[in-house]
Design a protein around this ligand. Structure first.
Ligand code: SAM
Ligand code: SF4
Length: 475
């Protein structure tokens, strides 16, 4: 059975639902996964071609441990060959946990009477941003429950407020959003505030499981959520993120549906999602989830490797929901962004700096509570190059992940130099002494690996300028 986008059971039309569960299950149930076929598919991905649904199903159906290891190795090779060792860092900033929806997996849901409800006011947002800037953060994602208080105007206001906060050398240079789907006018309002990516996770692409877990409020409307990012595109927001909450339904169905969603956006808007997120369900206050579909560590690491190969030019985001151990393994398969120094308690960066996690104040429990400095230290130790780069978005180079992938020399010309410059800035302004030593060593090593051309000379000059106190230099 071969996949042909034109022959999808549900043809792609703007703002029309596109998931047909029989089609997805057909691919899973009828695709044969021989050793030869798995190797062919991995080779196709390594030749920088995106996989079809049928080819993704070949990888999903590979159960032989030897083949699974080959898939993981394929993902590692793709990452090394194409993207190198950069990892972009960001932090989530929870703005408000009021919510009129009733998602059975989330501590913010309307029926959870234990939850302590709060929305940060301007003064509190400024305090949080100052605390984040004092840690060295440059990229944030603002997170909201779904509530009439969190209107597009309010979100746009918050975005502008965050950009305006400058503490010492600190500033936030990219603000992404994770909030409810809006109508086209709402997306237009937010688009004007200068956001980076707008993320909406479908949670589960299976309509029945979706119904079971979304018991009220606007989010109960599966189709409205599924077409949310179409409306963002219609409103001119072409930088969007999709995701699944793994553990609600069969992971194989979800992985294939993420690829189907990517196909849909490409077919209708000529641009796929900028990022894919793959949170796994974590413990939360009043969690009410059937454990049947919980995803084990081995399934999780496998599915991330499959996703990397299936959509080689889409950014992959991994959050502190996962432990440091799992994060380390999965990062090697080609994750491009991780959060660091994460606190998901409302007001947590400023007020609750030294307190234990409190599930009644949080949406769910996080498993990696290392500080940003510690994460950077660990990344450097394992040979990664931490980056706070925001250059493409500010230079209007949209679709940067695609360019990294497809434009020869793009990484050497832009990504690595910008990662080096932003790391140098972090080392000068925020790092502890041991991280400074490791960081400068890593920068020397990176410089030695770059071609000796005019760009490298200019990069060296700019590093010297940063050492003299200059900020925000990029290519
Ligand atoms: N309220 C908006 C929404 O539902 O899209 C945006 C923010 S919601 C707080 C962000 C994401 O957190 C959800 O899309 C869901 O995937 C994830 N999430 C909710 N409960 C979780 C849990 N118990 N463990 C892990 N992730 C969870
Ligand atoms: Fe509300 Fe989002 Fe939590 Fe659902 S996942 S209860 S919409 S905050």
């Amino acid at each position: 059975m071969k996949f042909n986008p034109e022959k999808c059971v549900v043809p792609d039309k703007r703002m029309q639902p596109f998931i047909d569960q029989n089609e997805i299950w057909n691919y899973i149930n009828n695709t044969v996964s021989s050793k030869e076929r798995v190797r062919e598919v991995i080779a196709k991905s390594l030749s920088k071609l995106r996989l079809t649904l049928e080819e993704t199903a070949v990888l999903i159906n590979a159960t032989d441990p030897e083949l699974i290891e080959e898939i993981k190795q394929g993902a590692r090779t793709l990452k090394e060959r194409v993207y190198g060792n950069r990892i972009v860092l960001f932090a989530p900033l929870y703005i408000g946990n009021k919510c009129s929806n009733n998602c059975q997996y989330c501590g913010f849901r309307s029926t959870n009477t234990e939850a302590i409800r709060k929305t940060l006011n301007d003064e509190e947002i400024v305090k949080e941003v100052v605390a984040l800037e004092e840690n060295g953060q440059k990229r944030l994602i603002l997170v909201y429950g779904e509530h009439k208080e969190y209107s597009p105007e309010r979100i746009a206001h918050d975005v502008e407020l965050v950009y305006s906060v400058k503490k010492d050398f600190g500033e936030i240079r990219r603000v992404n959003i994770n909030a409810a789907p809006l109508d086209i006018q709402g997306f237009r309002t937010i688009g004007k505030s200068g956001i980076g990516t707008y993320q909406i996770f479908q949670e589960t692409y299976n309509p029945e499981a979706y119904k079971q877990y979304h018991l009220g409020g606007k989010k109960a409307d599966y189709d409205y959520r599924l077409t949310g990012l179409d409306r963002a595109q219609e409103a001119g927001i072409d930088d969007v993120g999709i995701g699944v909450l793994f553990g609600l339904y069969d992971w194989r169905f979800e992985v294939l549906s993420l690829v189907r969603h990517t196909n849909h956006l490409e077919a209708c808007y000529n641009v796929g999602p900028h990022t894919i997120s793959f949170p796994r369900i974590q413990d939360a206050s009043s969690l009410n989830v059937d454990p049947k579909y919980m995803v084990s560590n081995s399934e999780f690491t496998r599915l991330v490797a499959i996703l990397r190969l299936a959509v080689p030019y889409t950014g992959l985001i991994l959050t502190a929901r996962e432990s440091a151990e799992i994060r380390n393994e999965v990062i090697s398969f080609g994750v491009s962004q991780i959060d660091g120094g994460t606190k998901i308690e409302l007001g947590g960066y400023d007020k609750f700096k030294n307190q234990e996690q409190d599930l009644n104040r949080e949406q769910f429990k996080i498993n990696d509570d290392r500080s940003l400095n510690e994460i950077i230290r660990d990344l450097l130790h394992t040979g990664y190059l931490p980056s706070f780069c925001t250059a493409c978005y500010r230079q209007g180079r949209t679709g940067e992940h695609f360019m990294e992938f497809s434009v020869p020399g793009f990484i050497k010309r832009f990504c690595t130099p910008n990662a080096i410059l932003t790391l140098a800035e972090y080392l000068m302004d925020y790092a502890t002494d041991d991280v400074k030593i490791e960081g400068w060593k890593a920068i020397e090593k990176e410089l030695a690996g770059l071609d000796n051309n005019a760009n490298t000379e200019e990069l060296k000059k700019r590093i010297e300028l940063i050492k003299q106190g200059k900020h925000d230099l990029y290519f």
